[in-house]
Design a protein. Structure first.
Length: 266
């Protein structure tokens, strides 16, 4: 029997370049570092989360594509990573064709949820994070249909609120038709530059729009964060003391506190 019921978070934003995969990798690593048992599902055909955790294309075997197509069980797609307590379902090149193949499949929007349900007794994790593609596709819809909540990385730049409004409308549609329990877990502000007045203004605007849905922790612009993926390790392993790593550790603690408050309120 499983020791715990995992909390499933879809890490999503339809805009590219907002730090989505960086957030998925480093939040997963930070949660693992504080003792949580974490599964990261790479649902982005680019496979950057898999690469960023040091799993090369030749080592991936069965992954998210095979899981969605029913060709492998969840247990058969899980890979260990170099980070203790952190496991990965990798993205393979086949995933780029999944969008077209899913269209004609039964329960095409629930394939990932069904795979999780089938593996219910083996889900021995505290958290499952799903790294979504930077687009509102069937892969993203599958992630949201399977998730308890959505975590939104949001870059501190001019069009941030416009993109956020589109994503929130998608969450509402998924909640209305596919997953009534889906909620926005929180918005994390990324690429924050305290020297830039625009960053401060965007942060203030987003907090005014969403209130306490916005995490207190903000992820700063940081060169070390950008360097880490080329070494196949999370930034927290590459440079634990850099400002970005420190911020993700703070975010992990905040995520855990929020989820504990939700459990206490239930």
């Amino acid at each position: 029997m499983p020791q715990r019921q995992p909390r499933i978070l879809a890490v999503a934003n339809q805009k590219g370049g907002v730090g989505k995969t960086t957030t998925a990798i480093n939040l997963a690593t930070a949660l693992a570092a504080v003792g949580e048992r974490v599964l990261l599902v790479d649902s982005d055909p680019q496979g950057n989360a898999s690469t960023g955790l040091g799993i090369g294309h030749e080592d991936r075997g069965a992954g998210t594509y095979q899981l969605l197509m029913g060709e492998a069980t969840l247990q058969e797609t899980i890979h260990r990573t170099s980070v203790p307590n952190l496991f990965l379902v990798p993205a393979t090149v086949d995933l780029s064709g999944a969008e077209l193949e899913l269209i004609d499949m039964e329960r095409r929007q629930h394939r990932l949820a069904d795979a999780f349900d089938a593996a219910h007794d083996a889900l021995d994790f505290d958290h499952i994070l799903i790294d979504c593609p930077p687009s509102l596709t069937l892969l993203t819809v599958n992630a949201m249909a399977a998730a308890d909540a959505v975590l939104v990385p949001l870059q501190c730049e001019f069009f941030a609120l416009e993109g956020l409004s589109q994503l929130l409308r998608t969450v509402e549609r998924v909640r209305g038709s596919l997953n009534p329990a889906l909620e926005v877990q929180g918005v994390v502000l990324t690429m924050f530059d305290k020297r830039n007045n625009l960053s401060e203004q965007v942060a203030a605007d987003v907090r005014g729009f969403l209130g306490d849905k916005v995490y207190d922790t903000m992820i700063p612009r940081n060169v070390r964060m950008s360097e880490a993926p080329s070494f196949g390790v999370p930034a927290l392993i590459y440079d634990f003391r850099c400002p970005g790593s420190t911020a993700y550790m703070s975010l992990a603690r905040e995520v855990i506190r929020r989820e504990q408050a939700l459990r206490d309120a239930a």
